[in-house]
Design a protein around this ligand. Sequence first.
Ligand SMILES: NC(=O)c1ccc[n+]([C@@H]2O[C@H](COP(=O)([O-])OP(=O)(O)OC[C@H]3O[C@@H](n4cnc5c(N)ncnc54)[C@H](OP(=O)(O)O)[C@@H]3O)[C@@H](O)[C@H]2O)c1
Length: 212
Amino acid sequence: MKVGIIGSGDVAKALGSGFLKHGHQVMLGTRTPAKLAEWKNANPTGLTGTFADTAGFAELVVLAVKGTAAEEALREAGAENLKGKTVIDATNPIEDAPPSNGVLKFFTGPNESLMEKLQTAFPQANFVKAFNSVGNTRMVNPSFKEGKPTMFLCGRDDQAKASVARILDQFGWETADMGGPEAARAIEPLCMLWCIPGFLRDEWTHAFKLLR
Ligand SMILES: NC(=O)c1ccc[n+]([C@@H]2O[C@H](COP(=O)([O-])OP(=O)(O)OC[C@H]3O[C@@H](n4cnc5c(N)ncnc54)[C@H](OP(=O)(O)O)[C@@H]3O)[C@@H](O)[C@H]2O)c1
């Protein structure tokens, strides 16, 4: 599959290398190409481009930009380039403010989510929330003695969610489908919970598992 990842940060680079490892074609999108020089050296078959090049190239889009810039980044990518495509939304609505006692601040309220805002702004794309509730170093084939961790996902389109679940299976995760876009109101704050041990005790290597 041709995977276009909008972003040049740690998440975009980790997922980009992961998709390449699993045999996909990958383009990373940025406004500042110099930020990807090192990634490109380490991943010579990986492509880089603008946000619009990346969304145009993609059969599957991954959104991995700063939450406050997510809507703007998608506008730069171009609504036409997103039309009919699955967009894996790895973003979190983190405010530009320091955490309180390790608890991040969000710019969304409890009965709203960033993914719902993006889905409303780009109705012709199918957003699937995933990869937002774990650190980038554990996103691709993580190894835990307790077994596979669980990735919580949600979105309005069942086929889009099924294609993301297949990727997560390749990436060594079990998935828990939490339903429609509104479930992002619960999945996005998992990021807050995940980050607390990091900010308080410098522990950044855990992942969530749903026991059934
Ligand atoms: N870091 C993690 O381990 C982790 C884990 C799970 C989820 N997340 C979420 O994943 C997302 C990406 O995180 P990250 O740590 O990889 O990177 P980040 O530093 O949060 O975001 C970097 C990206 O945001 C873009 N960006 C920043 N301001 C922008 C603006 N005004 N307009 C357009 N684009 C803008 C940058 O564009 P340029 O390329 O042009 O610089 C860059 O591609 C975030 O929403 C984060 O909450 C992060």
